[in-house]
Design a protein around this ligand. Structure first.
Ligand code: ATP
Length: 358
C-alpha cells in the first residue's frame, strides 16, 4: 500500500471558527480509514472537502498524483454515502443503482451487468423492483452503498452511514461493510463519532479534536497507547491519575508518586524529568482486583482500596473503588460472590498497563 490520497495542510474556517485547521493526512490505497471525533470537531467539513462540496481556504488534496482541490464534485473519482440514504424515491432499487452508469453513458449490457453485480454484492437481488419506501432502513443504506460503488469510485466516502439505524442493525451492517470492502477493495473513508464503529471497522483512524488531528493510528495502538488524555478518554473507558515523576527508569518506565499507591512504575514517554507533574491513564480491565494483598513478587503496583459500588454484568463485574483520594473504575471478570460496597480490596497492575498521557 502506498500514500494514495494526500491531504496537505488543509484548512477551512467559518468566520473566526477554525472548523478544519491545518490538517495533513496520508491515506493508503485500499484501506478503511476513519475520521473520528466528537460533534463539531470538523470531520464532516473535511469529508465535504474530499467530495468537493466544500472548498479549502488553504492547502491541497492530491489523489493518485492528481491535484483535485479545485475539481467540482462530479469530476472527482469519489462518491459519497450519506446518513439519510439520499435515494430517488420515485425510482426502483434497480433504477437507483443504474442511475450513475446511465449518466456516464454506459451501454445497456454494461449497465445490466453492473447493476446485477451490485445487487449480488449487497444481497438484494430479490428487491430490485421495490421502491425505497418499501425497504427497511438497513436495506436502503445497502442500496445507497451500491449506488455509490457502481460508479467504481477510487474513494468511497461514508458520512455517518449507520447513524439512523438501531444498534443491532448497525452491528450487522458494520460486518456487511467489511465484507463489501473485501469484495471491492475500494479505499473507504468513514466519518463517525462512534468509537466502537471506528475501532471495529477501520484499518486506521484519525482522531480529530477542534479541527486538528489528535492522533492517527491503528485501532489497537489508539487504545493501547493514546497520544494524549483526549484520545485516551474518547477511545474506550479510562481511569486518570495525577502524580509527580520520581525518577525515569530504564526500558521506558518511570516511577511516579501517586497518593494511595506505592509509587507505581508506569510506562513513560520521552523527555520526562524528576518533579514533573503528569497525568496517567489505566484502562478498567487492566486493573487486577484481589481480596487479599497480592504478594510483592506477583504484582508490581499495588494499592489498597474500598469498594464504593459493584454492578454485575454477567461476564464481569464493574466496580468503583476508592483508592486514596480518588475513585477508579475496575472491570473484574472472576466470579467472586462477595463483592459489596464498603469491602476492602486490593488493586494491582503491570507497568505496561498504565502510561503517562499528558
Ligand atoms: P457532527 O458530528 O456534529 O456532524 P462534525 O465533526 O462533522 O460534527 P462539522 O460538521 O465538520 O463537525 O463542523 C465543524 C464546525 O464547523 C462546527 O462548529 C460547525 O458548527 C461549523 N460549521 C460547519 N459548516 C458550517 C457552515 N457552513 N457555516 C458555519 N459554520 C459551519
Amino acid at each position: 500500500m502506498h500514500d494514495f490520497l494526500s491531504i496537505e495542510k488543509v484548512s477551512r474556517h467559518f468566520g473566526a471558527l477554525k472548523a478544519v485547521d491545518d490538517v495533513s493526512l496520508c491515506i493508503r490505497q485500499g484501506e478503511i480509514f476513519s475520521l473520528l471525533g466528537p460533534s463539531g470537531c470538523g470531520k464532516t467539513t473535511l469529508l465535504k472537502m474530499l467530495a468537493g462540496f466544500e472548498q479549502p481556504d488553504a492547502g491541497r488534496i492530491v489523489l493518485n498524483g492528481q491535484d483535485i482541490t479545485a475539481l467540482p464534485p462530479e469530476r472527482r473519482p469519489v462518491n459519497t454515502v450519506f446518513q439519510n440514504y439520499a435515494l430517488f424515491p420515485h425510482l426502483s432499487v434497480w433504477e437507483n443503482i443504474a442511475f450513475g452508469p446511465k449518466l456516464a453513458g454506459k451501454s445497456r449490457v454494461q449497465i445490466q451487468n453492473a447493476v446485477e453485480n451490485m445487487l449480488a454484492l449487497i444481497q438484494m437481488g430479490d428487491h430490485a423492483r421495490k421502491r425505497p419506501q418499501q425497504l427497511s432502513g438497513g436495506q436502503r443504506q445497502r442500496v445507497a452503498i451500491a449506488r455509490a460503488l457502481v460508479n467504481e469510485p477510487q474513494v468511497l466516502l461514508l458520512d455517518e452511514p449507520l447513524a439512523a439505524l438501531d444498534l443491532k442493525l448497525r452491528q450487522h451492517l458494520l460486518a456487511e461493510l467489511q465484507t463489501i470492502h473485501r469484495e471491492v477493495g475500494t479505499t473507504f473513508i468513514y466519518v463517525t463519532h462512534d468509537q466502537g464503529e471506528a475501532l471495529s471497522l477501520s484499518h486506521r483512524i484519525a482522531v480529530l479534536e477542534k479541527g486538528q488531528i489528535a492522533q492517527v493510528d491503528t485501532p489497537q495502538a489508539l487504545y493501547e497507547a493514546p497520544a494524549n488524555g483526549f484520545v485516551a478518554s474518547f477511545i474506550g473507558d479510562a481511569n486518570f491519575l495525577t502524580g509527580t515523576v520520581e525518577e525515569p527508569q530504564s526500558g521506558g518506565f518511570v516511577r511516579v508518586k501517586v497518593t494511595g499507591l506505592d509509587s507505581p512504575l508506569v510506562t513513560g514517554r520521552p523527555g520526562l524529568h524528576s518533579g514533573q507533574c503528569v497525568k496517567l491513564m489505566v484502562r478498567p480491565e487492566k486493573l487486577h482486583l484481589s481480596l487479599q494483598r497480592p504478594a510483592s513478587h506477583e504484582r508490581v503496583n499495588v494499592g489498597r482500596c474500598q469498594i464504593e459500588a459493584a454492578t454485575y454484568y454477567g461476564a464481569h463485574h464493574r466496580l468503583r473503588v476508592r483508592c486514596g483520594d480518588r475513585s477508579l473504575h475496575v472491570q473484574h471478570s472472576s466470579r467472586d460472590a462477595e463483592l459489596s460496597p464498603g469491602q476492602e480490596v486490593w488493586i494491582s497492575f503491570q507497568p505496561e498497563a498504565a502510561r503517562v498521557v499528558d
